[in-house]
Design a protein. Sequence first.
Lengths: 259, 560
Amino acid sequence: MLESTPFIKTHSLSTESSKAEALSAGLSRRQTLKWMGVVAAGVTLPMLSGCEDVAISAVKMAGHWPDLKLPKITGEGYGQDPNLISPLTSPWPLTMSKKQLHLAAQVCDILYPRDGDTPSASELKVPDLLDEWVSAPYPNNQADRQELLPALVWLDEESGRRFGKSFTDISKTKQFSIVDDIAYKEAESDPRYLYMANVFDGLRTLVTIAYFASPEGTKDLGYIGNIPIAGDYPGPTPEAIAHLDTILDELGLTEYAYS
Amino acid sequence: MSDLNYDVVVVGSGAGGAMAAYVLANAGKRVLMLEAGRDYDPVKETPMFQTATDAPLLGAPTPDKDFGYFDATVDGGWSVPGEPFTTAEGTEFKWWRSRMLGGRTNHWGRFSLRFSEHDFKAKSRDGLGADWPFEYAEIAPWYDKTEELVGICGTNTGLDDMPDSAPGVLQPPPKPRVPELLLAAAAKKLGINAAPMHRAVLTRPKDIRSACFYATNCGRGCSIGAAFQTTTSLLPLARATGNLEIITDAMVKSVEIDEQGRAKAVTYIDKTTVVERQIAAPVVVLAASACESARILLNSKSERFPTGLANTSGQVGKNLMDSTGASLSAVIPALKGRPIYNEDGHTANHLYIPWWGHKAHANNELDFPRGYHFEVGGGFQAPGTYYPQSLQGYGSELKQQAKLDYGSGVNLSLRGEMLPNENCYMEVDETVKDKWGIPVVKFHWQWSEHELKQVKHGLETAQAIFREMGADVSASLPAPEDAIKKGGEIIHEVGVTRMGSSPEDSVCNEWGQTWDCENVFVMDGGVFASNPHKNCTLTIMTLAMRNASWLATQLDKGAI
């Protein structure tokens, strides 16, 4: 397939089993997962939850993970024969509160702030995608909901502990001081932040995908395909070939170049 | 309907069924085709150019659309509501079904590699599995005809794993792209050749179809007919003869026989009215997909054939094979920040790595008996499918990284040959019926050491290639047991009604004609005697063309 062959299914950023393995081995999750997930022909979100595991529970407790008891989403998906030409814009009821969306928007814009002429993640409606994502009735989305919504609460609680105010009411500098503790590899060696750092990594991936999928983000990324070409496929540009020649040389592969 | 309305009833409209119908209709035979799914028109229904933001969840795979929102598959995927299948204890098996006109040809990968002399007679060489009942030389001209009709781009490479096509048959392949060129050089250093993939994608216009314009993923289907699917080619071409009639939403249950043991009718459920109907059938061609055709035979029990039609050998359902699959990805530092250009191409492999180990096998240097190839993934893919990894931080630092990483990932997907084994088969589960009242399929599955050793070799080779490309390959490789895909997951399930030279150990003769019943044929992947690593669809179509041509001559002679 992907081909849509099952190629598409090659990755899942953090299946719970590999996460548990990484935690119990005291390794960086990224190291364990090095072989997975670099290339995919479809989006699958990091699966942030699954079976409970002793190691994971301990990590959650060390990081004072909020226990939200979220109600299950019960509803229909879009079915196996949806309209592909004009998809429904909102196939299921959205569930995030204004407060959650407000906080999510601030996190999105910490990740992708306005950058010159390129709008910020919230200006590009990324929070709406998060809402659609966690409100979807599918198992993966339900699992992500169980992680992403507590992550928002975690930010508020952490902000309360440090500054006595909710996350949306503190200064940018103070917000950065919290995010600095969860947005880098170092968090993986600190039990207070390990679990949140993992969830934040998944959230960052989802926000990144949504950001660059938007028309403005796509332009910013530089993707220039998805347009019909008359005649033969032109192949790499002279500039791209020149770059290839350079790296072939650096890697000692020039004599093996494909012809 | 009267008995004389049709010469042949074809069950299924995918690769095998559509080709059989095309050949028979063009030979002047009146053909009725029964398709279990709904009518489907790619010209009107294909989401060409839609972007991730046009779809729910950015088009991500869900249980409703297993390969993503825009995948062409209708009313199917890994599950079909109301049409379950069962598995034996300890078995994990996946079964992809499409319930639509054109079947799985609407979304397939279009990889179209010929089997070779080596592939058709593997048992003669290593004593394992089964030989096919003919030589490559006999089928080569049929490959040429099929490739000409379908439209295959690629080149003759002269490599021992890639038999040449006749001159002028192949269309020119698209130019290779940067990640493929780097991979090819790295592999070459290890003595492994890359080659242009052969794909059923037109790079030159043909009959009613346009040439590829190098955009929008083939898995969605192709409204301009460049990426081959039967719904834009064989079916409309066959209908134009006036000799083909198609009934959709017709779920075939069984084949009925007369007192002489000949097929006389096909029983199907009209899904729109949920009424069981019977239609007279002078000749039946089953091409419902390997396991569906075997299911129909096993569900066609009679006093004369108490274990199912065409099952005197006991081989219907046995010898179930898929391709092996495994995948390894790496970030290539040298590809970071490289100059961006339009890298869509025909949206799949321009280059791939064919099996290079024929000599090593001949010299007994490998601890597994059958070969594999690598498909290559990567490039500047459309956002929404670009998947960053190992991102750090936030803000401008984050964006810089994401942009730098874009297009630096490369994936190698192994597709290998498995051998049939006694633990891999399907049967009918009499205890479970689908919503049409038809007993369902039960799968049994277990990989053998052959496949696991092959996957181990593949993972190590992929790691070695990535090392030459400058990737960090220090992480330990997954165990083959963990890396190998589940049975059925590569969607190359074949072999359950295999052809052979003897009615003792095969279901069909070399023409796909069942040994037991001279007017019942199988023309899908079920007839495969072995499952070479090269993707089954081209050979399904080639055999259907050859065998439907033979059937037409037999009908002309009054021999059937």
